[in-house]
Design a protein around this ligand. Structure first.
Ligand SMILES: [Zn+2]
Ligand SMILES: [Zn+2]
Length: 389
């Protein structure tokens, strides 16, 4: 399915770094939405709010390693940072004297694989128009693949601007069976998506690692290989979990493969149910928790508010409470839940009051989930281990 098949090495470590954990407005402690998923040496970005570049510079994530960007929805707090990021990543040395042709207009997209961007309808138009009207020229190419909802136009770029030389024509991916399966796939990892309910079209992404080869014990195989004069190099095939038939008819089976990791990254939502089947048994679920009811903990709690009122208000704005996030994590049998996208009311600084508020938000989700829950802070980094050793 991918327009740029890559040979990816086995992932080894997988790590997630929260670059921005604010809802809507950034503050001195929380930036707008973005998170970086480190897959071995590659970086995939999920959402790219304003000033994501600054956050990347403060983090251990290497900007030059960004290979793909996944946008959950085109609300500004999730996309405002894309154009400056592209300008930095792909701009190259450039500029031309008046009348001379800018060398960046001759992008050889067949030489450099394009930076891949995925998002709902409007992602391509936003980027193309933003680059055009900010007079930005890129020296390396990008491509936008759009996830089209059934009610969207299924074809076309959704903008009157023609393709610039540094943009590669992308796919418009139709929904099948209510989801977008394998929008990207290579031998090691695949990505699917499904709609999640918000005030505008929004998607959740499911990143699935392929089964991981088990650990091989060469001593188990050596006698049979020696007896049949089979080269030891077949150990490589066994390591990959394949079976080998020896000259005397003996069949050697490689060690059983372990389950690959599943990481579910949702955008803004008041109900992510359409992702439930794809998200089942996630090793990590990242779910928003914009609003909470915290009487006795949050001094700004309105006297007249009840949990029901806060939940209804959150839903009416397209968002979730910690309890709703915890319930969904439980429903899909997630191993770990991390909350993000917090209202500006919860700055998440190190003061005693903020610490108590974030702890209370985490425990409201934990009560529903039945396991401990982490509340993300900007630049927080978490390793995602495999459930099977
Ligand atoms: Zn948002
Ligand atoms: Zn939103």
């Amino acid at each position: 399915m991918s327009s740029t098949p890559v040979i990816r090495k086995a992932l080894g470590s997988v790590n997630i770094t929260f670059l921005g954990t604010a809802s809507a407005q950034p503050s001195s402690t929380r930036n707008q939405s973005a998170l970086a998923l480190k897959l071995g040496g590659d970086v995939w970005l999920f959402d790219c709010g304003e000033a994501t570049q600054h956050q990347l510079q403060k983090s251990s994530v290497k900007m030059g390693k960004i290979e793909k960007i996944f946008i959950t929805h085109t609300h500004g707090d999730h996309i405002f940072g894309v154009i400056p990021l592209l300008a930095s990543l792909l701009n190259g040395a450039g500029g031309a004297a008046d009348g001379a042709e800018d060398p960046r207009l001759n992008v050889e997209s067949n030489i450099t694989p394009p930076l891949e961007i995925y998002g709902p309808l409007g992602t391509r138009a936003y980027i193309r128009n933003g680059l055009k009207y900010s007079h930005s020229l890129l020296a390396s190419p990008y491509v936008v693949h759009e996830l089209r909802f059934p009610e969207d136009p299924q074809d076309g770029d959704f903008t009157a601007l023609s393709l610039p030389p540094f943009e590669v024509a992308g796919r418009n991916i139709p929904q099948t069976g209510g989801k977008w399966v394998d929008i990207y796939k290579d031998d090691i990892v695949s990505v699917s998506a499904a709609p999640i309910l918000h005030s505008v079209p929004c998607v959740g992404y499911i990143v699935q690692e392929s089964p991981i080869p088990g650990k091989i014990n060469p001593a188990l195989y050596k006698p049979a290989l020696q007896r049949t004069n089979t080269p030891m190099s077949v150990m490589r095939q066994l390591q990959l979990g394949q079976s080998i038939t020896l000259s005397d008819g003996t069949v050697l089976e490689g060690p059983p493969k372990r389950k690959g990791r599943k990481i579910v990254i949702l955008g803004d939502t008041y109900d992510p149910s359409p992702t439930a089947s794809l998200a089942q048994d996630a090793d990590l679920l990242v779910h928003e928790a914009t609003n909470a009811h915290l009487p006795g903990v949050d001094p700004n709690t309105k006297e007249s508010d009840t949990y029901q009122i806060v939940e209804e208000r959150a839903k009416s704005r397209g968002h979730s409470t910690p309890q709703m996030a915890g319930q969904f994590a439980k429903r899909i049998g997630a191993r770990q839940l991390i909350l993000n996208h917090f209202s500006a009311r919860y700055p998440g600084d190190s003061s005693a009051e903020s610490t108590a508020i974030m702890q209370a938000i985490g425990s409201l989700a934990a009560q529903e989930f039945g396991k401990d829950v982490l509340c993300a802070t900007d630049l927080m980094s978490v390793d995602i281990s495999s459930s099977e050793k």
